[in-house]
Design a protein around this ligand. Structure first.
Ligand code: ATP
Ligand code: MG
Length: 183
């Protein structure tokens, strides 16, 4: 293979990206990535784990972004790390089944699995299945996995890992959830 050919094939290889860490900015960064990709003509699918609220990004996508499809698999309530409700486990597993279907289906250029790292850390879904799904993705598909607590194995197979670190958060000054900032 010539240098030109190998450069082209590397350029077309889809990436596995991980955005993790304990600071604010993972989900919003994922949607920023989606927006950039949409502008370049990508079709993007976001699957959100452990979330059911009508976030601003969901409302904006419905209003303005026909090439962005969002699926939510979760309730609008906290999942207990050590004692998740059966419905939380069931919904996360449905999310994983949907992710597998979407990834294998080939209808999208970028798939974002928001909070999947948390679903893995809480053991709502099996890590081996997620790793296999990512390793077996279509060659050109870009995948972004976001959420705190990204596992070591996922970090190993990723092309990009970014950690958002908390330096300060307005919660600590008593400023609560705000429309447009938190949701
Ligand atoms: P965002 O959705 O704003 O990009 P995120 O995806 O990085 O945040 P998550 O870990 O998914 O953050 O947490 C979701 C919610 O918790 C957000 O509303 C966010 O403001 C809040 N949050 C995130 N980081 C912190 C923090 N370090 N301290 C307190 N609250 C936080
Ligand atoms: Mg998030």
């Amino acid at each position: 293979m010539s240098v030109m050919q190998s450069t082209a094939s590397i350029a077309k290889r889809g990436l596995v990206m991980v955005i993790t860490g304990n600071g604010k900015g993972k989900t919003t960064s994922s949607f920023g990535q989606a927006l950039r990709a949409l502008g370049q003509g990508y079709k993007v699918c976001v699957i959100q784990f452990m979330k059911g609220r009508k976030y601003g990004e969901v409302i904006a996508a419905e209003k303005f972004l026909p090439d962005l499809q969002i699926y939510q698999f979760g309730l609008d309530s906290f999942v207990m790390r050590n004692n998740p409700a059966p419905v939380d486990v069931e919904m996360a597993q449905q999310g994983l089944a949907k992710a597998k279907e979407i990834i294998a289906g080939g209808d999208y250029n970028m798939v974002i699995l928001d909070e999947i790292n948390v679903a893995l850390d809480f053991k709502l879904i099996p890590e081996e299945e997620v790793l296999e799904m990512v390793k077996n993705k279509p060659a050109e598909l870009d995948i972004l996995l976001s959420g705190r607590y990204a596992s070591d194995k996922l970090r190993e197979i990723a092309d990009l890992v970014s950690e958002v670190t908390e330096v300060k958060h307005h919660y600590n000054a008593g400023i609560k959830d705000r429309a447009g900032i938190e949701y």
